[in-house]
Design a protein around this ligand. Structure first.
Ligand code: SAH
Length: 560
């Protein structure tokens, strides 16, 4: 029985929702709160208190007996935002209850016992089909029990707290297996089924063929990633419908491309019909991989379909993740998800420090100091090639003067790449300054480490002539002090001395500073590598201490 205790009207409303959701499992304890908690503590095996944690701590403290006897206690805050597992997380079942209460009330479960606190992935949240004893294995993972991983195929899994041996197993396979007790089977999409079909081939014939081929080879339909065929058959109804029923895409390739694939069983019929000596085998093999089922024909007479099955090579996953300018709440939820999705994290040590608390236990962290950019990029790509789920991180947006380009320059198409945009420094600074980017704007890095100064200066001049708002990244360092004055001088050739200039240092970090000055008054000595400098165009104004670039020049004329 779950005892429910509340004190306020909001608490009572939430309590009633829970009671209505679980009429048989709950009992409401009314009356003075202290008495209600005491009675419920004695009578129930779990409690949900719609009270402050402090109040509950004081009330239950004198009642505590021991970890094995005490009921689990969950607190829900006044606004119903959090369901806090306060006492008896594992033994008392409070962690599980906090999650359940969270689901009913739309509250976030807050759990502080070690394994739960870090939000280990539920096996059913990995985006892969999962079979077998999923509930037991998920619980074992959550409770920190030993769970062994048996990966028969390479797949970029998130970090799972797995041991060498254990009573529970997570098995990663595309083979047909009967999951045992305490075993969960993950089905990675490793299989490509190449299919050929004569005009009008019935869907049942195609599905029967594919089903038999998989079953006889001991392979699971849940691991089929796609049906593949030749372009000419893209609209063949039996194939289109078969793919739909299997829940996979029908991928097509040009006949010329298929003709170049080496296959064990070429024949003349498809060559005459569609221009390649093999459709099923070639379409299955075109992306590489191991041929598990050579071409076979359907049972119909005449046979109207062919198929072949290939296990494609394991593909790693590289997520290029922008962390934003610094503040945690400027890190996007998607970036957070990707950080937790990765089993290997690659990045500059100072950026790793920024998000270390978000990583799941077991995440392999490969951090390095300033410089070493190329090496970091190469490491990330190599790890992904090995089939890992890798996150490569950068501050701001990882594609802006950062790691995305060197990494993707190294990568070939044998890995999957996912980009997560981040709030770049120019935008973080813009929001602090006002609205400096209200019209056309450009970012220019003043670092001449990799770019000749002549090129940089030419771009600054072009921006000056085009009257673009300019944000300077990497504006000035100890060893590079003349570039910023030079660039400002070029802009000053086209803009008034009173043109607003925003200087933002450490945007959204602890020692953030924001200054609004002018082209004439800016002191370059106040600028360093933690700073961006945004120079307005000829229409930008200082309005009430905020930097504002009008959206259009009509407005500018009206306000003049
Ligand atoms: N990828 C990053 C930029 C890397 S280049 C991004 O998208 O923001 C490094 C330069 O970015 C620094 O020299 C500085 O000019 C600027 N920068 C990065 N973070 C900043 C912040 N929080 N505040 C101000 N400038 C920042």
């Amino acid at each position: 029985m779950i005892g429910l205790i509340s004190a306020t009207a909001a608490g009572a409303a939430a309590r009633d929702r829970l009671a209505a959701a679980w009429p048989d499992r709950t009992r409401v304890y009314d009356g003075p709160v202290a008495d209600a908690v005491r009675t419920a503590f004695a009578e129930c095996d779990r409690l949900v208190c719609f009270l402050a944690t402090g109040a509950v701590v004081r009330l239950v403290a004198p009642l505590l007996h021991g970890k094995t006897d005490d009921p689990g206690v969950v607190c829900v805050d006044e606004a119903g935002r959090f369901a806090v597992s306060l006492l008896g997380g594992h033994g008392g079942g409070a962690n599980e209850l906090a999650r359940e209460v969270g689901e009913v009330l739309g509250a976030e479960p807050v759990v502080t016992t070690a394994t739960d606190a870090v939000g280990l992935p539920g096996l059913d949240t990995l985006g892969l089909p999962v079979e077998g004893d999923v509930a037991a294995v998920s619980r074992a993972l959550l409770d920190g029990e030993a769970v062994a991983l048996r990966a028969e195929v390479t797949w970029p899994l998130p970090p799972l707290p797995v041991a060498a041996e254990g009573a529970y197993t997570v098995r990663v396979t595309d083979r047909l297996v009967e999951p045992g007790d305490g075993e969960a089977v993950l089905r990675p999409p490793t299989l490509v089924v190449g299919v050929g079909a004569s005009k009008g081939a019935p869907v049942e014939e195609v599905l029967g063929l594919v089903g038999d081929a998989l079953r006889e080879a001991g392979l699971s339909a849940a691991s089929v990633a796609e049906l593949a065929t030749v372009d000419a058959k893209a609209g063949e109804p039996g194939l289109v419908e078969a793919a739909r029923r299997l829940g996979v895409p029908l991928v097509t390739h040009p006949a010329g491309e298929l003709a170049r694939v080496e296959v064990p069983n070429p024949s003349d019929a498809p060559l005459a019909a569609v221009g390649t000596p093999s459709v099923a085998e070639a379409a299955a093999l075109v992306g590489g991989g191991e041929l598990l089922v050579p071409k076979r024909k359907s049972a119909g007479y005449p046979a109207m379909a062919t198929c072949a099955v290939v296990r494609r090579p394991g593909r790693g996953r590289l997520a290029v993740v922008g962390l934003g300018p610094g503040a945690r709440d400027l890190l996007t939820p998607r970036a957070r998800d990707e950080l937790r999705r990765a089993s290997v994290l690659v990045g500059l040590d100072q950026y790793v420090d920024q998000i270390r608390d978000l990583l799941r236990p077991g995440t392999r962290v490969l951090e390095s100091g300033l410089g070493a950019e190329e090496e970091r990029a190469r490491t990330a790509v190599e790890e992904a090639r090995r089939g890992q789920a890798v996150a490569l991180i950068g501050s701001g947006d990882a594609g802006v003067y950062a790691m995305a380009s060197p990494a993707l320059a190294e990568a070939s198409d044998d890995i999957d790449v996912v980009g997560v945009p981040g709030v770049t420094a120019a935008l973080a600074a813009g929001a602090l300054l006002g609205a400096p980017l209200g019209h056309d704007h450009v970012s220019i890095s003043l670092s001449d480490l990799h770019t000749p100064w002549e090129v940089i200066e030419r771009r600054v001049r072009a921006a000056a002539e085009a009257d673009l708002v300019v944000t300077f990244y990497n504006p000035r360092s100890r060893g590079r002090d003349w570039q910023l004055p030079k660039a400002l001088a070029v802009l000053a050739g086209h803009r008034a001395p009173a043109t607003p200039v925003g200087v933002v240092r450490n945007a959204s970090r602890a020692d953030e500073s924001v200054r609004l000055t002018t082209l004439a008054a800016l002191d370059p000595a106040t600028v360093d590598m933690m700073t961006v400098v945004t120079v307005g165009n000829t229409a930008t104004r200082d309005i009430a201490g905020r930097m504002v670039t009008p959206r259009g020049y009509r407005w500018q004329e009206e306000t003049r």
